[in-house]
Structure formats: C-alpha cells, structure tokens
Design a protein around this ligand. Structure first.
Ligand code: G3I
Length: 436
C-alpha cells in the first residue's frame, strides 16, 4: 500500500543517480549481491562495505552440506543463521548455496547405498529448506552436476553414480515441496557461453520446463580469468536460457586482472545482465580481494584495503549510478543545504522514508542530516547514504556514501525502511541539513 503522506517540502530538481551498487541495481529492478563469510562479519571495514554496497548475500561456505549436516541427521545452522540474520536486519535478500553438490560433501554421504542416499538427499533438502522457509529468495538446489569438456555428460558424484540422471529432478521436486516461495535454481560454471556443457544444461532445463519439473532459475557462476575469459556470446547465452521461461542470475562473478582491462570486463558482464530482462541480479564472489578464493588474481571490486577499484566504478556506471572519483575533498563547509522528507510507502508495522537534500545557491562538497526516530522504531535498512547512530540509538545522522558533491540547486536523495516494533508510525523529526 503506497501512501504519499508526510510530505514536508518538495524539490523541483531531478533525483541524483544512485551511489552504491545495491541502490543502482535496485533502480534497474535488480539486486547486487556478494558472497559472505560468517567469520568476517566482525571485521568493521568488511561489514561496512557489505552493508553500504550490497543488497543480497550468498553464504560462501556456510550452507554447504558439510557445514549444515556434518553427520547424518545432525544439523548445525549457527554460521549460516548468522549471515541470514545479518542480511534480514538490513533488508538484504539471501541466496541459498547449495543443497546438492558433489563437493564439500561429508564422507558419510558418499558411503551410503542408493536407498539410503535417496532418503538422505531428500531429508537434507527438506530439513534445510524448512529451517529457512520463507527467508531465502533463491536456492541453488543442484550445483555443478555436469562435466567440463566436450561430452556434455553428467559429472560423477555419489548422487549421479548411485541414483542416476533422475536425482536432479527429484531434488527439485523435493525442494518445491519444502519451500514453495523460494526460487529454485540450477547453478554451474563454464556454462557462461554456448558450449557442450551449457548445451547439456540447456537441454535439461528445456526438458524440465516441458515436463513441469519445478525449476525457476539458472545460475551462471561466471568465474573468469585469462584461461577462461568472458565469452563473446555471454549475453546471448543468458538470453537463450531466459527464453526457456526461467530467470537467469549471475551467481559467483569474479574476473581476475586489474585496472581498465578488468573494469571493461566487469562493465560488459553488467551490461549483459541489464540487457536480458530476466537477468534478475548479479552476485560477486566476495567483498574484498584479500579474502577471495582466487586472492592472488585480485578478481573483485574492492581491493585488500576496501578501496574501490576501477572495476567498481565501471560496474556502478554500467548500472546507471555515479562513481565517486576518489571521495570527498577535504575542507568542505561552505554553502548551504536543505532536507525534505517524504513517506514513500507504508504498511502495517513499517514505512519507507526518503529525504531529498538540495544544495543552496552555491555548490557543496558534502552534507549531513540528523533524523530523530520515535522509540521503539528501528531502521531496518537504508540506502544511498552512510548511517551513523548516536549513543542513545534514536538519532541517526545520514551522510553521503562517498561523494557528497552537489552543484548549486542540485538534489540527491537517501532512503530508509523503518519497522515500528508495535509502536508509533510517526515519521522521524528531520533536523537541519548541514554542510559539514
Ligand atoms: O575454514 C577452514 C579453516 O579452519 C582451515 O584452517 C582451512 C585449511 O584448509 O580451511 C578452511 O576452510 C576452507 C574454506 O574454503 C573457508 O576458507 C576450505 O579448506 C576450502 O576448501 C574452502 O574453499 C571454498 C570452495 O568453494 C570449496 O569448494 C571457497 O571458500 C569457496 O569460495 C568456493 O566456492 C565455490 C562455490 O561454492 C561453487 N562454485 C565455485 C566456487 C569457487 O571454488
């Protein structure tokens, strides 16, 4: 329910471009995600970068079989729960990765006979999806079930070898029954252009769609380097899968390299997704180069000290956002600004607020706006700004995510989602905009 209530002032200028990956992707109707490791969430720069830039997370290892069911029937959700709670508290969506995979599979699974293995597979899917029911946007139900090379054959695994080709279909049917709200994906690598492997996956998806086997999406991992570059038919390949009637998602993107070459590759992948209507989002396989599984190849958007790389600016620009060009110059403080608040949506238990910041008759280089919320309201998520709380937990000061420059009379907006926690739904008191 939309309610254009609480308009304090109106700005006549157009809204400035988004300044974060998540916000820019949202303006294109997509998410921009990252793989996350639970044991890094205590690192301030890691978490600040995650919270500011990304709108979706994929647990990098914490939802794999060896992590969740290390011994038969005994489930341990601690690390995965930590990531899911972190995401939910900030309005990020979660991709579940992954239910059935030959790797990171505890030894006990491989030693089961066919009958036991079938029931263990179905039980694993059912237990895990039930634990997270309604909280996972998309699950990689089956991961990497096809061989590399020219055969287009299935990869050997306990599931393939003991249950035969039908295990994938069975896994998807079990998954649909366990959480009907989750999108169900098949996910693989080296399927990013047309080749024997992607053709085999294509044939399987086509068959599933024709026979009504529940599949909603195909994930393209997109791990690229000099030996495995971005294929020239990347977009066409995404499109041919989308044309089968599934969403496509870029699920583990990383591209080794540096500088403008890496930036160009990242921009091309981003543009390919935007050009395919059913490409619903992009996930990069990590926040920072220093924790990448291919760390020496520096394949991500933030370097080891969380500085934005040229590839970051290229992706943000491709998404229609505005890169920072190096951050705020020091010595701001001249000029003036105003802040105007609007409630852009409301529902029982919460609302979205937006504040438009407009520079006065002179250009400004940065700004800050204090917002005082009524307890027990909580800000669940904010975008297009960096939020910091005072000690009391009621006054939030929003500042630009990085580049706060506004030309004379120009505007930018930031927004936030508030949960009322059973209390009042009054909008925040908006303090004076300050050029800081
Ligand atoms: O946490 C332990 C640590 O306690 C121990 O000391 C150390 C010693 O080896 O291992 C640590 O675990 C490692 C784990 O990553 C966390 O860093 C595992 O050995 C290592 O095998 C594991 O690698 C993961 C890999 O999947 C396993 O196949 C990578 O982080 C993860 O990025 C990678 O992700 C996969 C996707 O799931 C599927 N597609 C390919 C992609 C890249 O390989």
């Amino acid at each position: 329910m939309l309610a254009a209530a609480g308009i304090v002032a109106l700005s006549g200028t157009a809204q400035a471009a988004a300044t974060t990956l998540g916000a820019a992707a949202a303006e294109k109707g997509r998410y921009f995600g990252t793989a996350v490791a639970a044991n890094r969430l205590g690192e301030a720069d890691y978490t600040a970068t995650l919270n500011t830039e990304f709108s979706s997370v994929t647990p990098e290892n914490e939802m794999k079989w060896d992590a969740l069911e290390p011994s038969r029937g005994s489930f341990s959700y601690g690390s995965a729960d930590r990531i899911v709670s972190h995401a939910e508290g900030r309005g990020m969506q979660v991709r579940g990765h992954t239910l059935v995979w030959h790797s990171q599979l505890p030894g006990w699974v491989g030693s089961l006979g066919a009958t036991d293995l079938r029931s263990a597979m179905n039980n694993h899917i059912t237990q895990v999806m039930t634990h997270y029911k309604g909280r996972i946007a998309a699950w990689d139900v089956v991961n990497e079930a096809f061989q590399d090379g020219g055969s287009g054959a299935r990869r050997s695994s306990p599931f393939q070898d003991k249950l035969g080709d039908g295990f994938i279909e069975e896994a998807f049917r079990t998954a649909r029954a366990a959480d009907p709200a989750a999108q169900l994906c098949y996910n693989d690598y080296n399927t990013d252009g047309a080749n024997a492997k992607s053709n085999a996956v294509y044939a399987m998806v086509k068959d599933f769609k024709q026979r009504g086997v529940p599949i909603d999406c195909v994930g393209f991992q997109s791990h690229f380097n000099a030996q495995s570059p971005v294929p020239s038919d990347y977009q066409a390949n995404l499109q041919r899968f989308a044309d089968l009637g599934v969403d496509v998602q870029i699920t583990e993107l990383d591209i080794e390299g540096s500088g403008s070459a890496q930036a160009t590759n990242y921009a091309n992948v981003t543009k390919a997704c935007l050009a395919v209507t059913r490409c619903t989002g992009i996930t990069v396989w990590g926040v920072t180069d220093k924790y990448s599984w291919r760390s020496s190849g520096t394949p991500l958007l933030f370097d080891g000290t969380y500085q934005k790389k040229p590839a970051y600016a290229a992706v943000l620009t491709a998404l229609g956002g505005t890169p920072d060009g190096g951050g705020n110059p020091p010595g701001g403080g001249t000029g003036s600004c105003t802040a105007a608040y609007t409630t852009t949506a409301s529902w029982p238990g919460g609302y979205n607020g937006q504040v438009t910041v407009t520079a006065g008759s002179a250009a400004i280089t940065t700004w800050e706006v204090p917002l005082t919320f009524t307890a027990p309201q909580k800000v669940a998520n904010s975008w297009n700004g960096t939020a910091s709380w005072d000690g009391s937990g009621t006054v939030l000061t929003m500042r630009p995510s990085y580049n706060g420059s506004l030309a004379a009379g120009a505007s930018t907006s930031f927004g936030f989602t508030v949960t009322t926690n059973g209390g009042s739904a009054s909008p925040p008191a908006v303090g004076a905009c300050k050029v800081s």
